[in-house]
Design a protein around this ligand. Structure first.
Ligand code: ATP
Ligand code: MG
Ligand code: MG
Ligand code: MG
Length: 476
């Protein structure tokens, strides 16, 4: 039985076996206490070993990090917190962990240190909690879409389309790692691509997602996405997971309504289903907050923040209105923004976070961005200058969702592809959806790790994915 289930049992005379990793062992004169965890819950179960029950040699092998199976009787717990603990009859040691060498000790390790041991960090309470929340959110995403009539469409990871990601794509080749073909100058000959064609790892499943929406009406993709981001920020990974719903017969307002309802519902799911893990992370954050200067301390606890966002209406305004607010803002007037504000700029995270954290103090949906800073497929507004784009901005994060109503007029779309220099031939299949039975449609992309960042209250995106891929880390 998993520890999560065992902790819900009442004491009984029945024997149980618990398997897991030792967190701590305390030995007093006549009794030893072992705290064990199997990753199913943030709570440990305590095993009590009375004197003489287990040989001294075995007990010696039971150290922090070792893996053991304990058989015993569930008795009422003496300590606080848990209702039951295990009175040990026997212990089997599966795997020892030399205390001299095992890197995780029962103290608090820094997140930087844990990043260097990504192979072991899931064994810490903090990471196990994050991974369970990540799982719960992934599950809730599928459940939400299934409940709302969406179909899960698997879009390709290897794609021939490079319409969106100029400069950010990872090329796929079939070059053999050993003795690759060389050019006359002795350099690797990259001409030999995936079966003779130039292919890339996907930067977004959207274009293919639109094809699905043009047949099944409501689809979503949820898969890994790759961007050769050269920046070393706390919000960007080279490999991340994106959730992309695409809906026929949706206009911009429907798209905003869905984005808001969807994110709120995921946060509510986490609050209801991950209460213990959120409470654990909240406590951890409170300790960190205490170290900060008073003015930098957050006004709300993690669960208060999650509740607030899930219960209040997001602010909606246009890009142009947002620029007005930024131009009137203190940091602009005092020259404190690193990137000067003017109509036409792509908003930087400092601007987004000012709007969300200082001005509105709640999530914000910005719409109608200048067409020059958005992708070619977004629907042109009647003003000829802006597109029906929407970005959802979250406190502590900035952009969490980017989306739009798509251009459904063939002639206009063709003109936009020409304007931005995309060859018609390279996306003939995409253009055809506007030639044959075109439909108004809209969709968005939610960065899954950014959502996990928000829900866990963590501040570095490397800490919410099991194996972060960044320019510096791709060992395993
Ligand atoms: P940003 O402005 O933060 O670089 P973007 O505008 O380039 O994001 P989009 O192309 O709009 O990103 O992708 C949709 C969503 O995917 C973003 O809103 C964000 O949540 C997420 N996202 C984008 N790039 C990354 C990345 N490198 N790592 C993690 N998540 C990302
Ligand atoms: Mg980007
Ligand atoms: Mg952006
Ligand atoms: Mg975007």
């Amino acid at each position: 039985m998993q520890i999560k289930e065992l902790l819900l049992q009442s004491p009984s005379q029945q024997t149980v076996t618990v398997k897991g990793w030792v967190r701590t062992k305390r030995v007093s004169s006549s009794v030893a206490f072992i705290a064990m965890n199997d990753g199913s819950t943030i709570h440990n179960i305590q095993a009590v070993v009375s004197d003489g029950i287990v040989s001294e040699e075995t007990l010696k092998l039971v150290t922090t990090g070792s893996c053991i199976a304990v058989t015993g009787i569930l008795i009422p717990s003496q300590g606080q917190g848990q209702t039951v603990e295990v009175q040990v009859i026997s212990i089997q040691v599966y795997g020892t962990a030399d205390p001299e060498k095992y890197p995780l000790q029962p103290k608090k390790h820094s997140l930087e240190f844990l990043r260097e041991i990504a192979h072991l960090r899931p064994r810490t309470n903090t990471f196990a909690a994050i991974l369970r929340i990540r799982h719960a959110l992934a599950f809730a995403i599928h459940q939400y879409f299934n409940d709302h009539g969406f179909f899960y469409l698997h879009t390709p990871i290897i794609t021939g389309s490079d319409a969106e990601g100029a400069g950010e794509m990872f090329r796929v080749t079939t070059l053999p790692a050993i003795n690759p073909p060389l050019t006359e100058e002795g350099k690797i000959d990259y001409k030999e691509d995936f079966f003779g064609k130039e292919t890339n790892l996907t930067v977004s499943g959207q274009l293919e997602g639109e094809l699905g929406a043009m047949a099944l009406s409501k689809i979503y993709t949820f898969g890994p996405t790759f961007r050769a981001e050269n920046s070393n920020t706390t919000r960007h990974l080279a490999e991340f997971w994106m959730v992309e719903p695409e809906m026929a017969f949706f206009e911009l307002t429907d798209n905003m309504n869905l984005a808001e309802d969807f994110t709120k519902s995921l946060i509510r799911y986490a609050l209801e289903n991950c209460a213990d893990d959120i409470a654990f992370l909240e406590k951890r954050l409170l300790e960190e907050e205490k170290m900060k200067k008073k003015e930098e301390q957050s006004e709300m606890t993690l669960s208060e923040k999650l509740r607030f966002v899930s219960e209040n209406t997001f602010e909606r305004l246009t890009y142009t209105e947002a620029i007005e607010i930024l131009l009137q803002s203190k940091p602009h007037k005092q020259g404190k923004f690193n990137y000067p504000v003017e109509w036409g700029i792509d908003l930087q995270s400092e601007h987004e976070r000012y709007l969300v954290e200082k001005h509105f103090k709640k999530p914000v949906i910005l719409t109608h961005y200048p067409k020059e800073i958005k992708a070619f497929y977004m629907k042109l507004e009647d003003d000829g200058k802006t597109v029906r784009a929407m970005d959802v901005l979250f406190p502590g994060i900035g952009e969490i969702i980017g989306g739009s109503q798509r251009e459904d007029d063939y002639e206009k779309l063709l003109q936009r592809t020409k304007d931005v220099g995309i060859e018609e031939d390279s996306i003939w299949w995409y253009l055809q959806t506007r030639q044959f039975g075109s439909a108004p449609h809209a969709g968005f992309g939610l960065g899954f790790e950014r959502l996990v960042l928000f829900v866990t209250g963590m501040s570095n995106i490397r800490d919410v994915i099991p194996f972060p891929r960044t320019p510096k880390s791709a060992e395993f």
